[in-house]
Design a protein around this ligand. Structure first.
Ligand code: HMG
Ligand code: MG
Length: 298
């Protein structure tokens, strides 16, 4: 009883590139967005409005947003941790705002320099302003199964953050395995915790592939009826505040899995592989997608 259609949010331009050590020109980021929408992606996470001292790679946020040739039917999202970020973001006309909290206190402190409770206080006015402006608000819950500082995270902690996000009007939550330590049953418990406060179509999975478990975790999520995933083309990425973390599961690999299961994504796998090859070439890197590697070798 798996979902018949799944929504993929490519987070490559944001999550994928935010941790890249070499400078990446805005034109390459913009070209990546164009290649993703050409491949059929309908949701793309473009950038974040955070401190350029903390995440220098995203300092060109407004330039990237301004450079995108918008395609009808495509939704462009951006991360904003506070009102300062929101006020800068809204000028660039995003479709969706992402606030990002954590199920772990230690990670919240390292990532956004405040406690979980304080983060909710910062997200509340952002959510209110965004919704008043007609923008959708999504919330990310980092470290939903494990934390680099606190170790294993209990599902109750995810439930608490989901409840707090619900109370301030956040419309969707993404259950994030920031450091990729999750395995299928643990990920299902974390999703079920979020599902206590959000309906099935407003919970998504965001899995980093550090331990090679992400595809299994996507499948386990499908078993629960989850039909939305954040993925990163060619597996781009890492997290600046989670040492050793690798990118999100590669979009190509998830699309191959879904299509193999007869699940519709609306994505053209060959065009998606081209998008991954192009950004990796711009970075001087090879793809992190197993599917892309296999198909390019044919
Ligand atoms: P802070 O230092 O506590 O903030 O940082 P502050 O309010 O005390 O301000 C300090 C300075 O930052 C001031 O500048 C502010 O103007 C500036 P100064 O006077 O020193 O020149 N500032 C800002 N500048 C630009 N944009 C802003 C902004 N806010 C304050 N929005 C803050 C708090 C959250 C800003 C900081 O900790 C930060 O930028 N952190 C980066 C967080 C981040 O981007 N992490 C990666 C994304 S989350 C992620 O990857 C996880 C996810 O993928 C899910 C998963 O996998 O887990 C979503
Ligand atoms: Mg992430």
């Amino acid at each position: 009883n798996l979902p018949r259609r799944v929504k993929i949010v490519d987070v490559g331009p944001r999550d994928g590139l935010q941790n890249e050590k070499q400078p990446v020109a805005a034109e390459h980021k913009i070209a990546l967005v164009h290649a993703l929408q050409a491949a059929g992606l309908k949701e793309i996470e473009i950038t974040s409005f955070v401190s350029p001292k903390w995440v220098p790679q995203m300092a060109d946020n407004a330039e990237v947003m301004a450079g995108i040739r918008r395609q009808a039917g495509v939704r462009y999202s951006v991360l904003t941790p506070n009102m300062k970020g929101y006020e800068a973001a809204v000028l660039t006309r995003p479709d969706e705002i992402v606030v990002f909290g954590a199920a772990s206190e230690a990670f919240s402190q390292k990532n956004i320099n405040c406690s979980i409770a304080e983060s909710i206080e910062r997200f509340a006015p952002v959510t209110e302003a965004a919704r008043a402006a007609g923008l959708k608000v999504r919330g990310a819950i980092s470290c939903a199964v494990g934390c680099p500082y606190e170790g294993e995270i209990a599902p109750e902690r995810v439930e608490l953050v989901a409840r707090l996000m619900k109370e301030i009007g956040v419309q969707h939550v993404g259950v994030a395995d920031t450091i990729g330590v999750g395995t299928p049953r643990k990920v299902q418990r974390a999703l079920e915790a979020a599902l206590k406060h959000y309906p099935l179509d407003e919970v998504s999975g965001h899995y980093h592939d550090t331990y090679g478990q992400a595809l299994s975790n996507v499948y386990a999520s499908l078993e629960l009826g989850i039909a939305s995933f954040d993925t990163s083309v060619s597996g781009l990425g890492g997290c600046p505040y989670a040492k050793g973390a690798t990118g999100n599961v590669a979009t190509e690999d998830v699309v191959y899995l879904l299509h193999g299961l007869g699940i519709d994504t609306g994505i053209d796998l060959d065009a998606l592989i081209d998008a991954g090859v192009a950004i990796r070439a711009a970075l001087g890197q090879t793809t992190g997608s197993r599917v892309a590697r296999a198909m390019l070798a044919k």
